[in-house]
Write a protein that binds this ligand. Structure first.
Ligand SMILES: [Zn+2]
Length: 311
């Protein structure tokens, strides 16, 4: 696989589900796998515009060294493409000369894809093709194509609005963009426990996006890394120290400090909090709610705050 093809494939992973379906069908047409995918020129054009933006995003993320501002933006990112992180990264890349320059003089997507022989890609897995169909490599059955086309058309209608409504700096708790219910069944593994942060009691808050239950008010004490683990465990009921990604999920990107929903988590100090994610034998990740930043070099002997979490 060429570097350009890898980048395009990676960019496609950043597309919304419906765009990925258009991409998969369009790709099969370009590589000659199917004769003609009536995806609709408009849908393809719109998908390509967004795919090109995602290519810029991937190129900026791939760059060595990375733009320092972008590096800061993605300090909490877990490396998996998502609409939420696209919403955080894309506005910067669009406005940043350094990041945009990473994609100078790239080959148009269709030419990159045309050079590729038919091969399964991740994105193809999203294409809504009936699984039961006999896998004849060349002759995609007409019924398959028809099903795909119908689904794509349905999705495109809903998907376009979903994309444009995507918040620029989405709250960590924001639900992923809404997609037509007719096609989401196969690929929406994210749990849902309602929308946003909801106080279950004076002591507990549920994050609807992740289904995690958080301690609402925290202990006034500070703990070492090991002490925090003991403290949460001794609460019983499955309480534990959150992982770095879990805790990052309740950091608010924009707005006042502390960088957390202050209604859901009243009285949160502008202070560092433990995560359970270890870095070395003596260091672990902590997140500072004064800045929203994560620090991987926090000495495990440091005494800082903890907010326990449970399923
Ligand atoms: Zn930049």
């Amino acid at each position: 696989m060429t570097e350009e093809l890898r980048q395009v494939t990676e960019a496609a992973r950043w597309l919304d589900e419906d765009d990925r379906a258009v991409f998969a069908l369009w790709r099969r047409e370009i590589t000659g796998e199917i004769d003609r995918a009536d995806v609709g020129a408009g849908a393809v054009q719109r998908m390509r515009t967004r795919l090109d933006r995602c290519r810029s995003l991937v190129a900026a993320l791939d760059a060595e060294p990375r733009c320092p501002v972008l590096g800061h933006t993605v300090s909490l990112w877990d490396g998996e493409p998502s609409a939420e992180w696209r919403g955080r990264i894309e506005p910067h890349v669009r406005d940043c000369r350094t990041c945009l320059n990473r994609l100078r003089g790239e080959t148009p997507v269709d030419r990159v894809l045309a050079r590729d022989k038919p091969a399964p890609v991740r994105a193809a897995a999203v294409a809504p093709v009936p699984a039961a169909a006999p896998a004849s490599r060349r002759g995609i059955r007409l019924s398959e194509v028809l099903v795909s086309v119908v689904v794509v058309l349905v999705v495109v209608a809903g998907g376009l609005t979903a994309y444009t409504q995507m918040p620029k700096r989405s709250q960590p708790v924001a639900k992923p963009v809404a997609v037509s219910p007719s096609v989401t069944t196969a690929a929406s593994p994210s749990p849902s426990c309602g929308a946003g942060l909801r106080a279950l009691s004076a002591d507990e808050v549920r994050d609807g996006a992740t289904c995690l239950v958080w301690q609402r008010r925290i202990a006034p004490a500070t703990y070492t890394f090991a002490g925090a683990r003991t403290y949460c465990a001794e609460l019983g009921g499955g309480w534990r120290v959150p992982t770095r990604n879990e805790l990052a999920g309740i950091v608010t990107v924009a707005g006042p400090v502390p960088t957390i929903d202050r209604k859901a988590f009243p009285g949160t100090p502008e202070a560092a909090f433990w995560t359970s994610t270890k870095v070395t034998a003596t260091q672990a990740w902590a997140i500072d709610f004064a800045t929203g930043e994560a620090a991987g070099d926090t000495a495990r002997s440091s005494r800082i705050r903890v907010r326990c979490v449970r399923k």
